[in-house]
Design a protein around this ligand. Sequence first.
Ligand code: SF4
Ligand code: SF4
Length: 308
Amino acid sequence: MKISNQQVVEIAKKYQFDLIGFAEAENLHFETEKLNEWIQSGFHAGMGYMIRNLEKRKDVKILLPSAKSVVSLGMNYYTSSNHSHEIGIGKVSRYAWGKDYHLIIWERLKKIINELKTIEPAFEAVSYVDTGPVMDKAWAVKAGIGWQGNHTNIINKLNGSWFFIANIITNWEFEYQHPIKDFCGSCTACIDACPTDAIVEEYVLDSNKCISYLTIENKKEIPAEFKNKFENWIFGCDICQEVCPWNKKFSKVTNQSEFNPNEGNNELNLNDLLNMTQEEFDQKFCESPIKRAKLSGMKRNAEFLLET
Ligand code: SF4
Ligand code: SF4
């Protein structure tokens, strides 16, 4: 039995994916070349994993030899909550307010694939959300989900950019969508608003300067040149997305309660963090993306904000 685009869309919507696109599983020559240039410039900072598996990033057939298509999926995580901007409080990036999206999305991808296999047992697929050697954003663009904005996030014309991206690589052929136009136009709001000048040119982000990298992936001390520039972000940073006119106009509140701030995880008291034990940290953030920064990283971030 043939699986149609419409069947995939209906099943993905049932599991609360908001955006669904289809791309042919061709080699990502241009995108890998750009990635290589970015790495050569040192913009990946301490993220050594970006250097590994470049061939897999270019050719998804290494991940699934029978690959013919990539189904790109987006899940809206925008909630109506906001930061309080109180003194002594560190702001957490919106994507990390609720339950870890990996836990939510992995589970749903498995269910989608199982349903498609039930329709057609010859359906083969592997899926990724953000953790494997897959160029998520490149596939989202190829599948027509949105364009890559100057801040490097993917923007959908009807939803803005507050969504997670997942990809299913499959042996099935579909009708394919095409990349859409870049609607950044003459806007430079994200570049102008970035407090650390991390968007070094249009579509190019230097992770060494980005608050998201410096507070999450970075294992070292935060360089002193960034003192007084963090605008109280303790985990990640949303400034470039907050100022984007597409988010201001088109963000829609998700109906998924898992993305609401879990026990106030949208902002954290800096002194409480400094006094937190490992046990308390493990308990509070066991299902939160914040655990990625580890207690030592969060204490470093809290100290950095308190010193500035
Ligand atoms: S996340 Fe923050 S620091 Fe990084 S580019 Fe965007 S505004 Fe700049
Ligand atoms: S703020 Fe402007 S330039 Fe930046 S991503 Fe949004 S539309 Fe594009």
